[in-house]
Design a protein around this ligand. Structure first.
Ligand code: GLV
Ligand code: MN
Ligand code: MN
Length: 403
């Protein structure tokens, strides 16, 4: 399929420099920054080159429709933002593949009987404002604007101000999902399931429930030299023990617990800190197991705080319940190519739309190492092109005559 290969590779080359760190090779495509604004423009141009008009809502979510506007359609796409120092594929692969899949369908002479939409959701990673899938949450009503407007980034910038600074107008309203009959998100796999099975493409069965909790460990600032060890109220110790406890708890239960972000006050070398704030990312196979995991970590942290003379306050910042994708839809789409249907522990806009009652499926593309949320994230071009073909097959199945 020479046309699809050319389109895909050209788009990939065009995106490669945007937001890329020369030092690590990773990406910083935080929402409402210059890099992300450039990606939004790139998307408008790619759609225009295909004769498609992009609607951008007041916060930066985007959609372009191909086909009759009056019928329920099939939306495909993903996100363009990244985690801090992230990989190239998490998000953009789904957007580039959606555009390339439309090219494939047109090369095949396919005429959709229902519209095909290509969409981009903003702040999927929650890397700036801490709420995962913020764009799709706002669009579905899972998060209200009144709630979101209180969010601030690490520099204290309010969400609305960041959006306005990026040239958008939050009062202009949000994308309507009224036309979306089905959502299909293609994504690089973020584990080793497909590579271990030796297949390039799979479908998703479920997303583990997961979330982020802020742990504030408060103690007493004091001199690092003159304060006797037994006189200290050191929140760093309470944090350190809590991080070890979280790791042990999750390992014993076959769950996941990560402290990947820490802020220390005043962050001086020669002072006992006054405050350590750390963010727990926890994931488990059921909502009850996730609640138990977070409770157990918080309880062990509080017990240790009592011994250290410190205190611990735990605040949920982003919680996503378990998602079971439409099993009939997944089976139907998997049968198009005899593809495995596999679970994931990673969150996606697809999970938010599914939870909002929209029949939703995910197509995963093999990741040869399983590494993700890292500059080392990778997918082979041949597998990406297999993903494009698979997505084109899925869209043809869902929008062709008889769909
Ligand atoms: C998103 O990629 C997440 O699972 O955190
Ligand atoms: Mn991600
Ligand atoms: Mn993603």
């Amino acid at each position: 399929m020479p046309h699809a290969r050319g389109d895909f590779e050209q788009m990939w080359r065009d995106l490669a420099p945007v937001g890329r760190s020369a030092a690590s090779g990773g990406y910083h495509r935080q929402p409402w920054t210059a890099a992300e604004t450039e990606l939004r423009s790139w998307f408008v141009e790619e759609c225009a080159a295909r004769g498609l008009t992009v609607e951008t809502d007041g916060i930066g979510n985007q959609v372009a429709w191909w086909g009759d506007a009056d019928l329920p359609g099939v939306l495909t796409g993903s996100h363009l933002d990244s985690v801090l120092d992230g990989g190239a594929y998490d998000g953009p692969l789904g957007v580039v593949s959606a555009l390339a899949a439309v090219d494939v369908l047109r090369d095949r002479g396919f005429e959709p009987t229902r519209p095909v939409g290509i969409g981009v959701f903003v702040e999927e990673e929650g890397s700036r404002f801490g709420r995962a899938c913020l764009g799709s949450r706002l669009v579905t009503g899972a998060t209200t604007w009144d709630d979101a407007r209180e969010l601030r980034d690490r520099d204290g910038v309010f969400l609305a101000d960041a959006i306005v600074d990026a040239g958008l107008d939050p009062s202009a309203g949000l994308l309507s999902l009224d036309r979306v009959g089905t959502f299909v998100e293609l994504h690089v796999e973020q584990g080793r399931d497909l590579v271990d099975r030796g297949v390039p493409v799979g479908l998703a069965s479920e997303i583990w429930p997961h979330g982020r909790w802020r742990f504030d460990f408060a103690g007493e600032a004091n001199h690092a030299g003159t304060t006797r060890m037994e006189d200290r109220r050191d929140p760093m110790l309470t944090y350190a023990m809590t991080a070890l406890a979280a790791n042990k708890q999750a390992r014993l239960a076959g769950q996941r617990a990560t402290f990947g972000r820490v802020a220390v006050e005043p962050n001086g070398t020669n002072a006992v800190p006054s405050l350590v704030t750390a963010w727990l990312d926890a994931r488990a196979s059921s909502d009850a197991a996730l609640a138990d995991l977070v409770d157990a970590v918080a309880r062990q942290g509080s017990d240790r705080a009592a011994r250290d003379g410190t205190s611990l306050a735990v605040t949920p910042e982003s919680v996503s319940g378990s998602v079971a994708f439409d099993a009939d839809l997944a089976a139907r789409l998997a049968a198009l190519g005899d593809r495995p249907v596999i679970p994931t522990q990673a969150g996606h806009d697809a999970g938010i739309l599914s939870a909002a009652g929209i029949p939703t499926a995910m197509v995963f593309v093999r990741n040869p190492t399983g590494v993700s949320h890292s500059p080392a994230e990778h997918a082979e071009t041949a597998d990406c092109l297999a993903g494009v073909e698979a997505l084109a097959d899925v869209l043809a199945e869902l929008t062709g005559a008889g769909a």
